[in-house]
Design a protein around this ligand. Structure first.
Ligand SMILES: C[S@@+](CC[C@H](N)C(=O)[O-])C[C@H]1O[C@@H](n2cnc3c(N)ncnc32)[C@H](O)[C@@H]1O
Length: 259
């Protein structure tokens, strides 16, 4: 966290900009550090790198110096995606398994939309490219419920609390992120029932995933970036009318009734 920086800020100074998610103390206690990282002496390749061998995805790229052009390729949906981390022995400048830990892409812009503020791009984006993390406070399920109720009582216009629900075999993992007061540029991404982005949990250094937004398709300059809040079982929200205007619109914002 200490070295990470990005070029963005919030238009509202009541919101604190954080470059990556912060963990509330209740969440910190549940972290296990069983896996320490790979022992690759040179670059990491899928056949030998222990991070890539345990990962459900890898990045494909032409030129290691062009991070913005990396694309995520999911190879096994039943495994979490793991990036190499400072615990790994590989040389960061040669390792191709590090992307989201370097922060969001450039040329993102906060815009005004009928859904409130939104996020758009001032440059074309290719399929699979990384956009940014949906960063905020990682909170417990209990806290998510309490905060949601509190924010409703305070008549907040928007709900930012997001729950990602992952299933790996018998294992179910729910991660709750709240960027209401501490968040990054990702908190402005609106929902669409026909989105151009996708949320993928990526693990760097620990088992609490970063909620990472990738381009689902080629995105043209000045397009609004959206993802489907319902994909990972979605945000915690009241039934609110969806304004995505797509022909696939499901009429209401997704609501996660399972949490
Ligand atoms: C993560 S915030 C997105 C940024 C927000 N629009 C803002 O102004 O800060 C999620 C909230 O934005 C609004 N929103 C997002 N997508 C929407 C949609 N498709 N239709 C209507 N409202 C939407 C809802 O109020 C939702 O609770």
């Amino acid at each position: 966290m200490a070295d990470l920086w990005d070029e963005y800020d919030h238009p509202d100074d009541q919101i604190t900009y954080v470059v990556e998610s912060l963990r509330s103390s209740g969440v910190e206690k549940s972290i296990t550090h069983e896996y320490l990282g790979c022992n690759c002496e040179d670059k990491c390749i899928p056949e030998t790198c222990s991070c890539l061998l345990r990962s459900g995805g890898h990045y494909s790229y032409e030129d290691k110096s062009q991070l913005q052009n990396y694309s995520l390729v999911i190879t096994d949906k039943n495994k979490p995606v793991y990036e190499c981390s400072p615990n790994c022995k590989c040389e960061p400048s040669r390792c191709g398994n590090r992307l989201v830990s370097f922060g969001p892409r450039s040329n993102l812009k906060i815009v005004t939309t009928p859904k409130g503020l939104g996020l758009s791009t001032e440059r074309d984006i290719e399929t699979g490219n990384f956009i940014c993390e949906y960063a905020g406070e990682v909170i417990t399920r209990d806290d998510a419920h309490k905060r949601f109720k509190k924010y409703q009582e305070m008549n907040f216009n928007h709900n930012y609390i997001f729950c990602i629900n992952e299933n790996f075999g018998d294992r179910n993992i729910k991660t709750f992120v709240d960027p209401t007061f501490y968040g990054n540029i990702g908190r402005y991404i609106n929902h669409s029932c026909d989105p151009n982005c996708l949320l993928v949990p990526v693990r760097v250094e620990d088992e609490v995933p970063k909620l990472c937004i990738f381009a689902k398709e080629k995105i043209e300059v000045m397009s609004e970036l959206t993802f489907d809040y319902g994909e990972g079982d979605g945000n915690i929200s009241e039934k609110k009318k969806c304004l995505c205007m797509s022909h696939k619109c499901r009429k209401y914002l997704p609501f996660d009734g399972t949490i």
